[in-house]
Design a protein around this ligand. Structure first.
Ligand SMILES: *[C@@H]1O[C@H](CO)[C@@H](O)[C@H](O)[C@H]1NC(C)=O
Length: 232
């Protein structure tokens, strides 16, 4: 299932309620000024493919989101509005991808991770988020990272895979995380993150089949694209 939310609601109750299985959300928020392109896709090797089927059999649905936080670094993490709202939004998801981490100090994403965990404590939620982050990617000195936050009670990272990009097709090579979700119907699945280059989005998206094939070979699994987010 794909859901796009083209605005940041002033009232968080406007955000989708719980109970949606395998939901992909992308927010090209006016608030954060959308410049780039956002995409995440999910691959899973489970026997099922449709959301409705999963929700029937899933004891514990997973809420999955993707957010481009637009030049996310020290400056942005210090903005009061970001510190106030971002953790509240992210804490609604079991796994959420943060795109466009541009932070030479490598500390802004850690700060965000701490803020989301503080948010859980504020809400008296007895859980904690873990994180996994890619290397710094990009052809120019302006490097970006992909970062995932995920609920420890529901998910574990079993492996990561950085696409080597032999033909140098991708400005920021897709980063794939393989998750285990022991209590969810989807079980073993992977999420690939890509922040496409606005000028070459068409070629990059067209070449995602190469990434897909590489993932299959790398992990020796049959995978199926279950959901695709907004690619611009
Ligand atoms: C893959 O990218 C190259 C440019 O790097 C482009 O010429 C080609 O058309 C792309 N392939 C697809 C299927 O989009």
């Amino acid at each position: 299932m794909i859901t796009n939310c083209d605005y940041l609601p002033s009232n968080l109750t406007e955000l989708p309620a719980s109970g949606v299985t395998m939901q992909i959300i992308s927010w090209p928020c006016a608030f954060f000024l959308l410049l780039g392109c956002v995409a995440a896709f999910i691959l899973n090797d489970g026997p099922t493919s449709s959301s409705s089927h999963l929700s029937e059999h899933s004891e514990s649905p997973l809420r999955i989101g993707s957010m481009n936080v637009q030049v996310f670094g020290r400056t942005k993490i210090h903005l009061p509005v970001v510190r106030h709202w971002l953790p509240k939004i992210l804490a609604r998801y079991d796994v959420v991808l943060i795109q466009e981490i541009r932070d030479i100090t490598g500390t802004a994403f850690d700060d965000l991770w701490h803020l989301v965990n503080e948010e859980l404590r504020t809400q008296h939620v007895n859980d904690i988020y873990d994180k996994v982050v890619s290397g710094r990617l990009g052809r120019t000195t302006s490097k970006e990272q992909y970062g995932f936050l995920f609920r420890k009670s529901k998910l574990q990272v079993s492996d990561t895979y950085q696409y080597p990009d032999p033909g140098d097709i991708f400005e920021r090579e897709p980063f794939t995380v393989r998750f285990r979700a022991p209590h969810a119907a989807v079980g073993d699945f992977a999420i690939s993150a890509i922040h496409t280059s606005p000028n070459h989005a068409k070629d990059e998206i067209g070449n995602l089949t190469k990434v897909y094939d590489a993932i299959r070979q790398h992990w020796h699994i049959e995978v199926r694209v279950t959901a695709v987010s907004k690619f611009n």
